[in-house]
Design a binder for this molecule. Sequence first.
Ligand code: GDP
Ligand code: IMO
Ligand code: MG
Length: 387
Amino acid sequence: MNTAVLGLQYGDEGKGKLVDILAEKHDVIVRFHGGNNAGHTIYVNNKKTVFHILPSGVLHKNKLNVIANGVVLDPKVLLEEIESLGFTPNLKISSKCHVIMPYHVKLDQLREQKFHIGTTQRGIGPAYEDKASRKGILVEDLLNPSVLRQKIELALTEKNVLFETLFSTFGMSVDEVYNLYQAYGWSLKPYITDTTKLLQDAVKENKSILFEGSQGTLLDVDHGMYPYVTSSNTTAANIFTGTGLSFKTPVDVVGVFKVYNTRVGEGPFSGCIEQTNPNLAGTIREIGKEYGATTGRPRKIGWIDLDELKYAINLNGVTQLALMKTDIFNGFEEFCAVFDGFTLKFKGWNSIDDKNFKDFVQFLERNLNVPVKFVSFGPNRDQIKYE
Ligand code: GDP
Ligand code: IMO
Ligand code: MG
């Protein structure tokens, strides 16, 4: 069976950990949207690995990992991530991915000084903008010198005007960008292929595919809290446009969420306790190590919000739930949850075997109408219970 692992909150729910675990039971692991704005953390025997662009199945060397067409790819970041792995990953990259260019990153950084969305400043928005306005550079263009040069010339004709006049800074040189990106293309060549056909063939051969979501439902460009969102669809429907598989492909959807809520970046955040209870927010942040895996920014802390979870479950067609970071409330006397617009109090627990914990899971299942199949109680691969 195929499975998708999707975040139901504002990102950083623990998707990476779950993908690493579920990779064992699947043949192919696929990233289908977003880019290196993601930071997916995996602990194996207390050794920490953070993936930004490589799929989180890469540590399973016998599994095929795919970066599909819906991803925006920064070749520099990918090559550095491959280098730091210490082994050659079992990886294929779509020739149709759009490339994050240095002018996308620069534009994201300059705009952030004015618009304050709180982006990761990795060039994600500007790269998707160029994709939609048909000016984007595809991974396959990196292997075609004349097309690559022509496209960079066209892009910089426009971007350099913005840099020099609107932002009063230096433009970029076509030659420098071209030389660098042509070289990246050749380094990535062994990995580049038609992943649409590869994945369609895998489905025909009854191989099982694990789709790795990035960000979270409330950051979806259509269904999230616009404009404080990322620039891709983070929800289940994008699995199909992001890979080229038919929407009729059967997929179990695992919705991942934490026992509390976090958010990095700006924008509305329900249940936020940063102002009402800054000490408690600080305590949860420290115990939960809630600092961005990509930017290191402190994550804002809020109570879990069942109304938002219901919204996310409906949008994604979630069939199973994964409740993460339950250990953070070990020893807590009480904590809260937002439900039907009210803030309800619940008793904390000492372990997942406590009655209080079991009661809370029952409350979740009754009100969300989806079974909690995974309960995570620590960052390590083996700190998970599943039915
Ligand atoms: P992702 O972006 O959804 O993959 O999540 P991140 O990796 O950005 O953030 C989740 C953080 O929580 C990581 O540091 C994980 O190692 C950690 N984590 C995941 N599950 C648990 C858990 O059950 N307990 C604890 N204490 N940490 C966890
Ligand atoms: P993972 O996959 C949490 C947030 C940014 C900002 C908004 C737009 O680790 O869960 P962008 O750089 O995408 O244009 O920023 O989205 N954001 C994330 N927040 N986890 C992520 O990824 C995120 N990726 C982007 O903080 O608010
Ligand atoms: Mg993350």
